[in-house]
Design a protein around this ligand. Structure first.
Ligand code: CAO
Length: 423
């Protein structure tokens, strides 16, 4: 006996109108319970929705790009009942498929990628079924292709470019024209016990972004220090007031304000270079990206209009956006519109490090952990002062070395005497 049932979107958590980025089934597919049928993209992560039952897909009621909510119809399925197996149905053509994409009626949810590496999940790759089929036909492992489409989606052109560079002597150019030898796959199990773990989606996306910035932006990092003895005393004097307001006033909010002063004094730092490399877009607004360490990896939410906000408001916003990042609830808009980023590792430890510019921004400030140091005074004595390590990485196409040093000197002066933010 076979029953026709409708598969609906179950409760997927605190989401409404969530976008389908991929449909993994076509009419005629015979699937098992728990086989993935569609892929949804929430604010920051993808979710595969499994079929609750085994059977044969009769019709697919959604398309990639649709937005659906709990209870929305996804597909109809002829389920196998206890009485017997469903008859193998005559395969239908999909009702509404992309013109290029009526996929072969083979199962699309577990693509047999040619020679996949042992850690290949295959199913987290952002690519339409037709692109998956195209890749399979050409023996391309999609895990290795960097997507240039919206949200990192892999396009046909990306596969062609991948094949081209692979054929050109096993080299890849990361889009730069610079041949780079491909890292060979090594079987590390020859040397000892290993475990291969898939990178999550956030790591894959941020990794591709960081890699692009690293190879396309000529970086220089300028190191400096700021004496935060007075600032720390001031911060502590505000601790009670902050507590009453229910916020934690950390050093970072003072640094955000100080950076705004420096951006106003040196406007080339609040800019982006057009891709032609011929024009600089100067920004008249002051949004700061803050690197947040989350269980899923690095995320950089943006705090808007920092110039117009007070310390307590900024502290509140920083803690709520950092919590949102850690809970995986950032919306794409929360990470857009940044002018300059700060990566503060001071709460963790370490001194100077070289942050990677968060392109298309042109500079980023890396902050290390402040330490008490003996500082030479004009009268010949030494005083124990609290010294904060600063590192400014910048795009040398836009910022000259002299400007870089001016920025950190100016910033250091403002941080050392925070009253200067009023200037
Ligand atoms: N020196 C000494 N102490 C510091 C400090 C510094 N540079 N920066 C922060 N601290 C102190 C804070 O003041 C706070 O102390 P109190 O409890 O006395 O107030 C304590 O360290 C903890 O601070 P915090 O890290 O929780 O808060 P924050 O506002 O400084 O930072 C956030 C918030 C979200 C930036 C931080 O939690 C974080 O995620 N940092 C990691 C960023 C990162 O991963 N960067 C690398 C990106 S590249 O891979």
């Amino acid at each position: 006996m076979a029953d026709l049932e409708t598969i609906k979107l179950p409760d997927v958590g605190d989401f409404d109108e969530i976008e389908i980025i991929e449909v993994l089934i076509v009419p005629g597919d015979e699937i098992q319970a728990e086989d993935s049928i569609i892929v949804l993209e929430s604010d920051k992560a993808t979710m595969e929705i499994p079929s609750p039952q085994a059977g044969t897909i009769k019709s697919v009621l959604v398309n990639a790009g649709d937005r659906i909510s709990e209870g929305s119809n996804i597909a109809t399925i002829e389920v196998i009942t206890a009485e017997g197996k469903v008859e193998v149905p005559i395969k239908e053509e999909p009702a509404e498929q992309e013109s290029e994409s009526p996929p072969a009626p083979e199962k699309m949810y577990k693509p047999p990628v040619a020679s996949p590496p042992p850690d290949s999940a295959g199913n987290l790759v952002h690519a339409s079924p037709s692109i998956r089929r195209y890749a399979r036909e050409l023996g391309v492992n999609l895990d290795r292709v960097i997507g240039s489409g919206p949200k990192g989606r892999i396009l046909k052109a990306d596969i062609k470019a991948f094949i081209k560079t692979s054929l050109a002597g096993g080299t890849t150019s990361a889009g730069t024209g610079i041949p780079i030898a491909v890292m060979p796959d090594i079987d590390f199990s020859k040397f000892g016990e290993i475990e291969a773990v898939d990178l999550n989606r956030i790591k894959k996306i941020s990794g591709a972004h960081l890699h692009r910035s690293w190879v396309t932006v000529p970086h220089v990092t300028q190191f400096d220090e700021a004496d935060i003895t007075d600032l720390e005393a001031f911060r502590k004097s505000l601790a009670k007031e902050a507590e009453k307001r229910g916020v934690r006033l950390t050093l970072l909010v003072f640094l955000m304000k100080s950076v705004i002063s420096a951006l106003k004094a040196l406007p080339n730092f609040n800019a982006s270079l057009e891709s032609s490399g011929e024009r600089l877009v100067l920004k008249k607004y002051f949004n700061i990206g803050v690197a947040v360490d989350t269980p899923n990896g690095l995320m950089v939410p943006v705090i808007r209009d920092v110039d117009q906000k007070g310390l307590f408001d900024l502290a509140e916003e920083l803690s709520s956006i950092a919590a949102k990042a850690r809970d995986g609830k950032l919306a794409p808009a929360d990470m857009q519109g940044g002018c300059f980023s700060i990566s503060s590792l001071g709460g963790i430890g370490g001194s100077h490090f070289t942050p990677i510019v968060n392109a298309p921004e042109v500079a980023i400030l890396g902050v290390g952990k402040a330490k008490m140091q003996a500082v030479y005074q004009d009268d010949g004595s030494f005083m124990p002062n609290l010294i904060l390590p600063l590192a400014l990485s910048y795009d040398h196409r836009v910022i000259d070395g002299a400007q870089g040093a001016r920025f950190t000197s100016y910033l250091s002066q403002v941080i050392t005497d925070i009253r200067r933010v009023l200037l």
